[in-house]
Design a binder for this molecule. Structure first.
Ligand code: GDP
Length: 444
């Protein structure tokens, strides 16, 4: 569902990649494009404004990290701000100290409440709870039957008014639901309430009365993500009319632009707890702001990668190595240090697997052999400090000694030395082209 936004943001941010340094003008231009992308995705204007201001301020500020280039730093900032507007930490359900925990669902008709009741019941059951569904939507014909159908599919009992007793009073059903939950020892009860087509005062009052009768531990506002900007106004009306402690986004599988997801939490101040993405009961999960942000930025799990880089790379060492790359002075000693830092981050295949698009290169990834890196390390360790800092002195007899000492063939030592020269030459040329490190193109 975030496809368009994701494409736009990815392309805006990848335009930065070729830049060695970012000027304030670069940041302003990027911020403008991000703003357009968010507005096109139907994100509420105040949310867009706050977001852009924050990104700009941080990008122009002094957040410098030697492990990241300027473009990566902007990606990191945009990601962190996306996580923040999506709610920051994953918010878990509040469970009552004395069961039953009461969860009440509220929202417009058709938002997916009844379906959600089944999904939530199934999910809670999977976590070892013993939920009871309570049918308080007595307004819509068939609502009770529909709840009974999803309840059966979820393998969870439904408490409903006896058929033939007339329409019944949803408030009394809610109250009796609590008695039933206590009596049959259900530790959670999920109350499905009547929806409304638009914001309707009478039904809003009914929801508020049910709320007062059952004093829920959680009131979840269920909202169809496909209604775009309307999600925000509806959320505000429910916040004022009934009040809620959390949001559930439904129909995330639909062809929506994603604005609702990005606005509702910021506008109402209440966290998104769950996301529904299909008609089947299993199309449902807890909402994780960080994973959603990552998905929006099409980033795979680059963040974990960035965090690991920050943890394992020594800033001074990384800066010194970058400067040497530019002047073509990189030595085998530097190479060894960088290699050791990379190895500390875990298996190479795992690192590469965190990159976007890694899904399409599974076969190649399975062939990455960490042992090869370990062999390279062994060869470099077999060299004297003088040889590491000036590989030119490694003549035939030295190569033989190194090979013997590190248990490899002379051919492998030759390979390493030759590849090192080639890599150094290439890095120097690239550094010249992208204007960092102070070096120009040329031979080693
Ligand atoms: P209620 O009126 O709020 O109880 O809404 P329902 O649970 O009856 O859902 C309305 C319609 O939306 C039904 O046809 C559901 O199958 C469908 N629906 C609910 N959740 C989702 C979802 O996450 N994705 C999709 N594609 N359809 C959904």
């Amino acid at each position: 569902m975030f496809d368009t936004l994701s494409d736009r943001l990815t392309s805006v941010l990848s335009n930065l990649r070729s830049k060695g340094r970012l000027s304030d003008a670069d940041i302003d231009a990027t911020a403008r494009e991000i703003r357009i992308a968010l507005l096109e995705a139907d994100v509420a204007l105040p949310v867009v404004r706050a977001f852009i201001a924050k990104v700009k301020e941080r990008a122009k500020g002094a957040e410098v990290s030697a492990a990241l280039n300027p473009a990566q730093q902007v990606v990191k900032i945009v990601n962190e701000e996306l996580v923040a507007i999506l709610g920051g930490e994953t918010r878990r359900l509040n469970m009552a100290k004395t069961p039953p925990t009461v969860i009440m669902l509220a929202g417009l008709q058709g938002s997916g409440k009844t379906t959600l009741a089944g999904k939530l019941a199934r999910w809670l059951k999977g976590q070892g709870h013993t939920p009871l569904l309570v049918a308080c939507d007595l307004q819509r014909p068939n609502a009770v039957t529909q709840l009974q159908v999803v309840g059966e599919r979820a393998g969870v009992p439904v408490f409903a008014p006896e058929p033939g007793n007339g329409v019944g009073d949803p408030i009394s059903v809610a109250r009796r639901g609590i008695d039933e939950a206590k009596h049959a020892q259900h530790d959670v009860m999920i109350v499905d309430t009547a929806g409304r087509l638009g914001v309707d005062e009478e039904l809003m009052k009914q929801a508020a009365d049910i709320r007062d009768a059952v004093t829920p531990d959680e009131t979840l506002f269920v909202v169809d993500a496909m209604i775009g900007q309307d999600a925000v106004t509806t959320a505000e009306a429910f916040r004022d009319g009934v009040g809620f402690t959390g949001v559930v986004l439904t129909k995330l599988d639909g062809d929506a632009r994603g604005g609702a997801a990005l606005s509702v939490r910021e506008v109402t101040g209440q966290p998104i707890l769950f996301a529904s993405n299909g008609e089947k009961l299993e199309d449902f999960d807890a909402f994780h702001p960080d994973r959603m942000a990552s998905r929006i930025l099409g980033m795979g799990d680059v963040l974990t990668l960035i965090e690991q880089a920050e943890q394992h790379f020594d800033q001074d060492q990384a800066e010194a190595a970058a400067a040497k790359i530019g002047t073509g002075e990189l030595t085998l000693e530097d190479f060894l240090e960088q290699m050791l830092a990379v190895r500390k981050m875990g298996p190479i295949a795992n690192l590469l697997g965190m990159l976007p698009g890694a899904g399409q290169m599974k076969d190649q990834l399975s062939q990455v052999d960490d042992k090869q890196l370990d062999r390279l390390q062994a060869i470099i360790r077999g060299m004297t400090p003088a040889e590491r800092s000036n590989p030119k002195i490694i003549d035939g007899s030295r190569r033989k000694r190194i090979a013997n000492g590190s248990g490899v063939a002379v051919r492998e030592v030759n390979d390493l030395v030759n590849r090192f020269y080639e890599a150094r030459k290439m890095m120097k040329q690239m550094a010249g082209r992208f204007g960092f490190g102070g070096g120009g193109g040329g031979s080693s």
